[in-house]
Design a protein around this ligand. Structure first.
Ligand code: AVI
Length: 305
């Protein structure tokens, strides 16, 4: 069997402590498990964000009313875009995603549901400088980045990503971004270690995906799901912890893990409104307005250059 080189995975496994990028969570099963996570009672971000968009929808729509083109990085199935487009009624929607096939289906569904909306799919990696097709007007753009995905980037990467998004808009445009906020540790940790074990299955599934990608022989049963809040770094960390001594082999390499040794699989940063505003400012945004839920758990932030 020939495996394409996934050097980043092999380098991550060789590191001390070992790590696997969270982008490898999302094979077919992982994407399904993530959808299940978003419906869990403990996982508050998705439902809190949609409730916020429901409660403050009209005010948010007024704040972004001048925008006529909505650009959504990581648009996926375009469900959140649909709700926003119903509020804003823009002329144009541009979905941007690495997985262009999946995105095209979502964009086509959105276009069919909203006659008059020009809906377009663009394949692209938002962590690199973004170049959009020339026929997309530069004026009055709104970049929509919901779901608190910004939290999965470390602060330096997050600043770079926000600067990339900033480069897409002129002074007449803006960014509407979903941000998960700091809160009680018990609430945070339960959201990433639910009673039904869905997040554990999601975390462990990365090993099966890595096996397929690099030909390794990880046995998911040999690993435990760990999720905890790192207060100093203000982030939830997810790890996989070896239950016993384990040797993992792959073509051209191997790694021994001692009992209790971990593989770091994800960070999910939790901001305060001031810390997120400072991050936005460092990426070139200056005027900000935020809407939060009554508990102050989550924010939709509108930022303009
Ligand atoms: C996609 N992202 C915003 C999720 C989060 O909350 O950081 C990923 C996730 N990991 C475990 N549960 C959800």
């Amino acid at each position: 069997m020939h495996y394409p080189l996934h050097l980043d995975i092999i380098q991550g496994l060789a590191r001390h402590p070992a790590s696997i990028s969270p982008k490898y969570f999302y094979d077919q099963r992982g994407s399904r498990l993530f959808e299940e996570i978003t419906r869990l009672p403990e996982y508050y971000p998705t439902r809190t964000e949609s409730a916020l968009m429901q409660t403050h929808g009209e005010e948010i729509a007024r704040a972004i009313a001048t925008c006529s083109t909505v650009i959504e990085p990581g648009a996926g199935n375009c469900e959140k875009a649909r709700r926003l487009c119903e509020l804003l009624r823009p002329e144009r929607f541009v979905g941007l995603d690495i997985s262009a096939d999946f995105l095209r289906e979502g964009v086509a569904r959105l276009g069919a549901a909203m006659p008059g909306l020009q809906a377009q799919a663009v394949a692209g990696d938002i962590t690199r400088p973004i170049v959009l097709p020339l026929d997309i007007p530069r004026a009055k753009r709104l970049v929509f980045y919901p779901g608190s995905s910004i939290g999965n980037f470390d602060p330096l990467q997050a600043r770079q990503l926000l600067a990339n998004l900033r480069s897409l808009v002129d002074a007449d445009g803006g960014l509407l971004v979903g941000v998960d906020l700091r809160k009680d540790v018990e609430v945070l940790e339960a959201a990433y270690d639910d009673a039904a074990g869905v997040t554990a299955a999601f975390n462990l599934n990365v090993l099966a995906h890595v096996n397929r990608l690099i030909g390794s022989d990880f046995t998911p049963e040999g690993w435990l799901h760990r999720a905890f809040f790192n207060d100093g770094a203000s982030r939830i960390e997810m790890h996989l912890e070896a239950r016993a001594p384990i040797r993992v082999n792959w073509p051209g390499g191997e790694r021994d893990f001692a009992p209790g040794e971990r593989i770091h699989t994800e960070n999910s940063y939790k901001y305060t409104l001031p810390s997120f505003s400072a991050l936005l400012a460092s990426a070139g945004f200056s005027r900000m307005q935020a809407w939060t839920d009554a508990q102050g758990w989550y924010a939709m932030v509108h930022a303009r250059p």
